[in-house]
Structure formats: C-alpha cells, structure tokens
Design a protein around this ligand. Structure first.
Ligand code: SF4
Length: 696
C-alpha cells in the first residue's frame, strides 16, 4: 500500500490530505499532522477519491479537434507564438493562468512571458479572487502579505467575518473557529453579509449590510474607535502614517449615517461597535464579498485602518486577515502570476527589480510595463490586439464576467491553446490546440495557503494517457521558441530551488517574501518538505507565524499606511433591471465543477443551478418556489430553478457560480455579470449585477 501526504486542491485553507492508494482504489483522510487542518476535511476534501476517474479526461494533445503528437502540438504553438510576436510584437500574445496551478507551473509561465517573450500579458483567475486584497495590502503594508495565521482565529476573543460564507467556502477554518468557541464560550463571532447564510446563522451578531455598504461600515467603526478611546496611541505614533486624514474622512460617519448607508439597524451597529471597541483580541477575516466589488481595494483598506488604529496587528489573536479562494492563489501571486508584478513580490515598475530579475534569468527581453489584467486581456483578444492566448487550468468562458463575450473573443482569436485535465469544458470547446495536463494526485509541487504556509502536493497516481505537467508543457514550448537552456529543468524541485534563490537575491529583509532558508533545499529535502510559513530567512529553521510584531512594515518609511477610502460604489438602479444579483459558492461544488461535478456524494447537497429570491419579491413577480425562471441582465440570461427563501433580502438575488453548459444548459451566471472592475486592483465586481427575472 502506498501512503502519501499531500494537500487538498480546492480552497485556500490548504488542508493536508493523507492518501492511501491500494490496488483496489484510493482512500482519502485528513492529515492529522498538517497545521492547517489537524486531520479535519470538509465534504469536498473527503470526496476527493470520487473525482479521480478518467471519464471526460483529456488524454492526448489535439490540434483542431484531431489527436496529435506532443511534438506536433508544441511545435505548432511555438511557431505560431514566434510568428505573431515577430509580426505584431510581444504584447500580441498572452497567458491566462490559474490559482489551481502549482508554484513551479506558475513560475515558469511567468518567466517565459515576462523574461523571454518580453510582455507582462500573463494574468490569472486569481484576479477574480484576490486582487483587491493584494492591492489593499500593498497600499497599507507595502507588501502583499497576510499578517497573521490561522491560530489567531482561535486565539481571538472576537472574530469578524466580512463578505465570507466561511462555513461553506472555507469549511475547515470555520470548524476551527467553532471548536474554539466551544472551548471558550465567551469568544464572539460577528458576520457581515447581505445574505443569511450557514455562517451568519452561527454568529452572535449578523450585520446584513447593504450591497456597497462595507466601506461605510468600517468608516463608522473607525470613527467609533477613535471617539471611544480605542486608539493605540503609541503604536499609531511610532509605526503608522496618515491617521489624521483617515479620521477626518470618517468623521461624518456617525451612527445615523452609517446606519443609513449600510441599511443596518442603529442598535445592531452600536452593539457591534461596542464589542469591537472593547475586545482587544480581534481578527477581521475578509473574502470575496469584500474583494469582488467595484470598490474592493477601498473596502480592504477600510478594514485594515481599524486594525491599525487599535494596534491590533502582529500580535496573537489580533489581525486583519484575508482568506484566499484558491489552493495556490497566494503562491501564484508570489511567483508573479499577476500582470502588474514581477516574480518574488518585486514590482514591474521598479527598474532595479527588473534589472535584478533580468540578470538572474539571463533574460533576453524583459517586460518593462504592466500587462493586461483579466478583463482587459479578454477585451484585447476580442479586439484582435491579442492574437494568441494560452489558457491553463481555468475556464474563463464560465467564470469571467460578460462570459458570452469572452467566448466570442476566443472563437474569433487566431490561436487559442487550452491546457486542462478535462476535454469538455466550455473553454476547451473554443480551443485550436488542446493539451492534456496532469491533475491532483498525478502532479507534484508546492502551494501556498491563506496563512503563507507552503505545502507539498505529491503525486500518487501515474499520468493518464499522454498527460503532462503544466510546467513541462511550458518548458517544451519555451525550448522550441529557442530558449531550451533557460527552461531545462529535470523536475519540479529544480524549479522551486531557482524560485527560492530569486526570492533571496539581494533581499536583506526589504521584501517580505524571503525564502533564503530554502535555497539549498535538495531533491530529498523538497520531497520531505513539511508545511512551512514564509518568510524563511537565512538560517531560519521554520517559518514565521506573524508579521509586524516589531512594528516594522515593508513601505519605504517602514510605517503602515492608513488609506482614505473613496465613496460608495453601488451599481446604478435601472428600472428594467430592478434586482441586484449576488454570486458565490455552493457548499459542495468547486469553481466550474470539472472535478467536484464527478462526485455523486457532492451532488446530493445541491444538484442543480438555482437562484434565491425573497418571498415578497416572488409574490410580487407572480413566481413560485421551484419553478424554472429566466434571469436576464443587459448582457445575457440564464435558466435556473427558483428558490424562494427568507435568507434573501427583498431586491437582491443570489446564484451560484459553478454550473455551466457541461452540466446544465444556459446556466452560466457569468453571462449576466457586467465587466465592471475595481479601478485600483482590476478585480471584477461579481456580486452586484443588475438583472430582472421572469417565468421561463
Ligand atoms: Fe479542501 Fe478547503 Fe475543504 Fe480543506 S476546507 S478540505 S482545503 S476544500
């Protein structure tokens, strides 16, 4: 029997998984020694063994729908990319990658695009997930870092969850909070969410904030903290900048105005403010309800401002804390998977950083300006400015806003390459060249979870058919484009070691992402790697649970920045589209269901797409529970079953993001979502589209 310790491929909690593979099959359990989950798994992790079958798997390369050899497929890609670059310049090609990729896959994709092709046109589905937190962290801390760790959520006396249905979306983290509450009944949980959810039902206080009201809520809280003497004067004076401007901007947000803008009852608001003011050990967790908004970055900074004012950061049980959606969303950011940054948290607009990376890679053509972020990237494909795109491990025809236009863009694009494990996705249907990738259980590499903890995914199955690792596919194409030497890796451990050396290069503590302690990790050490939080500076035996304990931040001044958030951002109400459509996850499905859609156990929870609506709205529209309805936006429509529920507030609808044409016809919610983005982060606002609803 083979026993392997690996990491779950779904959410950003990054749970350790213990796999026992026998001749008869595979058994999956939680890894009791992994510090993210200590043996726990949620329903999705527990059902992983059901998702390993080969039905619908893409097993061989295809060119224009016909089976092809790897040599022919990679040669065709390399030739087409080289020709397009020669004729139209490096910005005429692009990669669109994914938080499902491992650090090593991501690293070589970024190296090829930014250092050898010479464009920064590589963006990732993490743009849809985390970009506003990235931008907010950089504005406040000078680096994209999560200051705390999961243990802080257990040690806090107050946990505030903002825009997060943690019980469904990060279930093991929620279990850890609930276990801590059972041990310490005085611990309090507050949930800020427009919807009633499984998470809000467990809370001591549920604040049903109006869409677009989060920034006002935390401006009101900042004012209340100041007025009630909760400022940590010594910390603010010694370690921060900009407090007076932030307080001045928050001054108008008394209880009445905050209540008006958030549509939360003043008494409820006052209870929350009082609890926050008087609870020193507070962690504020934020997720997609904060990030996926037209003012997502401001929301992040409005939350961080409150923690800075009260000095609640860098201490056990005290932190603002962003939970990432994907298993390697943070790892992808680390290696430069976003179009606006270099590898290892170095900035594209920093000439010294560009020169450092160029020297290290011996790069012939270094990108010197930011590339196209996700929404702009597919716009450029549509407009024929990008003529070739390579999409890896993601399904943008389902997940992007204005998804029908994304499909149209790919259909008219000169060359679309798709690397995936599944042959039948909506995006694969648009591909000229399909490349079969290895999936979870077949590939090996590193991921980073929401608390900066790097863990190994380890293979325990052989690659099926002719499937290859994503990093291998990228290196093969790079070699055929003339850069064989720079992409000659024997295995993923060599890529990781190179990445660690780049992180350590000329890093005297100026950059948070320091892996100097891992630069000598040999293959055996890499294989045996135990989950470790970065930074791991030279000589460190382990990682670092918390940052900023010394009050030193990564800004040029070493001080954290208070940021004045902008105004309220709410989609304009159009009479023909009277409802605000919110999107999110179902408990037992993941992304576009390419893996979880195979599990009969998971399908038992919710088996079909739906839209939730308040009873009063359904009565007014003459709609009945469980009937099929048409939800229509100015961009598209979908057909789904109506769920009439008091969980939903009047005027607001909710639909899950998962279903797509492979599972149910005309159920892609992305087709309805307007491509409005946060101007700072470029993250799409996926939770506030204007729609109407009618009988099918
Ligand atoms: Fe996997 Fe997330 Fe569930 Fe953990 S909580 S088992 S990482 S889906």
């Amino acid at each position: 029997m083979m026993r392997v310790r690996t990491t779950c491929p779904y959410c950003g909690v990054g749970c350790g998984v213990a796999v026992e593979a026998t001749g008869d099959g595979v058994a999956v359990k939680g890894d009791p020694n992994h510090p993210a989950n200590f043996g726990r798994l949620c329903s999705k992790g527990a059902a992983l063994a059901e998702t390993l079958g080969l039905e619908d798997r893409l097993l061989h390369p295809q060119i224009e729908g016909r089976r092809a050899s790897w040599a022919a497929a990679t040669e065709t890609i390399a030739t087409a990319f080289s020709r397009i670059i020669e004729r139209h310049g490096p910005d005429a090609v692009a990669f669109y990658v994914s938080g499902q990729m491992l650090i090593e896959d991501y690293y070589v994709a970024n190296k090829l695009m930014k250092g050898f092709i010479g464009s920064a046109n590589i963006d990732t589905n993490s743009r849809l997930c985390m970009a506003s937190s990235v931008a907010g962290h950089k504005r406040a801390f000078g680096a994209d870092v999560a200051p705390g760790c999961y243990e802080d959520l257990e040690r806090a006396d107050l946990v505030v969850l903002v825009g997060s249905n943690l019980a469904w979306c990060h279930p093991v983290l929620f279990q850890r909070i609930e276990d801590a509450r059972r041990r310490r009944p005085d611990m309090r949980l507050v949930v800020v969410d427009p919807r009633r959810t499984a998470t809000s039902e467990a809370a001591d206080i549920h604040l049903p904030v109006a869409p677009g009201g989060d920034t006002a809520l935390f401006r009101g809280l900042l004012r209340a903290l100041e007025r009630h003497g909760a400022r940590d004067a010594a910390f603010v004076a010694a370690h921060t900048s900009g407090v007076e401007a932030a307080l001045e901007a928050s001054a108008p947000f008394d209880l009445a105005r905050t209540a008006r803008e958030t549509r939360i009852a003043p008494e409820l608001l006052a209870r929350f403010f009082d609890l926050f003011i008087h609870t020193e050990k507070t962690v504020t967790v934020y997720s997609q309800g904060v990030n996926q908004a037209a003012d997502g970055t401001d929301r992040v900074n409005a939350i961080i401002n409150c923690h800075l004012l009260a000095g609640r950061i860098g201490k056990p049980g005290c932190s603002p804390f962003s939970v990432t959606g994907q298993p390697n969303a943070m790892g992808g950011r680390e290696v430069g998977g976003l179009a606006n940054q270099l590898a290892c948290h170095m900035e594209l607009d920093d000439p010294a950083a560009r020169a450092r990376v160029r020297r290290f890679w011996r790069a012939p053509r270094m990108a010197d300006r930011p590339g196209l972020k996700a929404v702009d990237l597919f716009d450029a494909v549509h407009a024929d400015r990008v003529k070739a795109v390579w999409i890896i491990a993601t399904n943008p025809v389902v997940s992007m806003p204005d998804a029908d236009r994304v499909r149209e863009a790919l259909r008219r694009c000169e060359l679309v390459v798709v690397s995936d494990i599944v042959a039948t996705t909506d995006t694969a249907a648009c591909a000229d060249i399909l490349l079969p990738s290895t999936g979870w259980g077949e590939k090996s590499g590193m991921t980073t979870n929401s608390e900066r903890r790097m863990s190994r995914q380890r293979a325990f199955l052989p690659p099926p058919g002719e499937a290859r690792h994503d990093w291998r596919q990228i290196c093969d194409v790079a070699a055929k484009m003339g850069w064989a030497e720079a992409f000659a890796y024997a295995d993923s451990s060599e890529i990781f070691r190179e990445y660690a050396r780049l992180c350590a290069l000329e890093n005297d503590g100026a950059r948070a992402l320091d892996l100097a302690g891992l630069t000598a990790l040999d293959k055996a050490g890499y294989e045996a790697f135990e989950p470790t939080q970065w930074p791991t500076p030279k000589g460190a035996r382990g990682g670092m649970a918390r940052l900023f304990a010394d009050g030193r931040f990564f800004t040029p001044s070493g001080r954290a920045n208070f940021v004045v958030p902008g105004g309220r951002a709410v989609a304009a109400v159009k009479p023909d589209y009277p409802y605000t459509l919110n999107t999110g996850r179902a408990r037992d499905q993941w992304h576009t269901m390419t893996r979880t859609g195979r599990s009969p156990t998971l399908a038992r929870h919710i088996g079909e797409p739906f839209v939730e609506m308040a009873p009063a709205d359904a009565a007014r529209e003459g709609l009945r529970d469980a009937e099929i309805v048409r939800v229509i936006s100015p961009l598209g429509e979908m057909l789904v079953r109506l769920c009439v529920t008091a969980r939903q507030r009047p005027g607001e609808l909710f639909a899950p993001m998962h279903w797509n044409d492979a599972f149910a016809a005309r159920a892609r919610v992305g087709a309805l979502v307007a491509p409005i983005v946060d101007p700072v982060s470029g993250q799409p606002a996926l939770k506030a589209s204007r729609v109407r609803i009618e009988n099918a």
